[in-house]
Design a binder for this molecule. Structure first.
Ligand SMILES: [Zn+2]
Length: 174
C-alpha cells in the first residue's frame, strides 16, 4: 500500500527532469551512440523474477520506467569516490569522477563509464521527445539524457538513485 501513490508520480515529476531540447540536438545524442552498443551477455528475467529481486520502488523505476521524486533518492548529493552500478544486474554504469551537481535533485553525470553500458533510446512519452538511458545488460530503465550538461560532453545523464548501487573506490594510499 505504501507505494500506491508512486503510480502517479511520473506524471508529476517527468517535467522536472526534462528540458525541452531542440529535436536535432537530442537526435545527435542517439546518432553518436550508434555502433557502440555491442551486446555481450544479457540478463533476461521474467517480470515475476524481477519482482523477487528488486524492491517495489526499484521495480517500478527499472521495469516500468518510473521516476523517483526529486531530492528524495539516496545519491543525488552523494560525493564519495567510487563506481555506480546497475542495481538490477551489477554492471558498472557511471563513475563519481563524472558526477556533478545539476541542482535537479537526481544524480547527474556528464558521461557513462562506457558507451556500450548505457544504451540510449528515443522516448516519446508525455508528449515530448526525450532520450532514455537504459542498462545494456539487463534492460533496466535508468533515467534520461539531456544536452545541457557541462563540458567536455555537454550531456547530463539524469539518473534515478533507485536504479543505482554504489561501490566505494579502494583507498589509493595503501
Ligand atoms: Zn542492469
Amino acid at each position: 500500500m505504501r507505494f500506491r501513490w508512486l503510480w502517479f508520480l511520473p506524471m508529476a515529476v517527468a517535467a522536472g527532469c526534462a528540458t525541452f531540447a531542440p529535436l536535432d540536438q537530442t537526435q545527435a545524442i542517439t546518432q553518436s551512440q550508434k555502433g557502440n552498443s555491442k551486446s555481450k551477455e544479457k540478463i533476461v528475467k521474467s517480470e515475476q523474477e524481477w519482482r523477487q529481486v528488486l524492491t517495489p520502488e526499484q521495480y517500478h523505476i527499472l521495469r516500468e520506467k518510473g521516476t523517483e521524486m526529486a531530492f528524495t533518492g539516496q545519491y543525488w548529493k552523494y560525493k564519495e569516490d567510487g563506481a555506480y552500478v546497475c542495481v538490477g544486474c551489477g554492471q558498472e554504469l557511471f563513475n563519481s569522477k563524472t558526477k556533478f551537481d545539476s541542482g535537479t535533485g537526481w544524480p547527474s553525470f556528464w558521461d557513462a563509464v562506457d558507451k556500450s553500458k548505457v544504451e540510449l533510446k528515443d522516448d516519446f512519452s508525455y508528449g515530448m521527445h526525450r532520450i532514455e538511458a537504459v542498462c545494456s545488460r539487463c534492460g533496466g530503465h535508468l533515467g534520461h539524457v539531456f544536452p545541457d550538461g557541462p563540458r567536455p560532453t555537454g550531456l547530463r545523464y539524469c539518473i534515478n538513485s533507485a536504479s543505482l548501487d554504489f561501490k566505494k573506490a579502494e583507498s589509493k594510499h595503501k
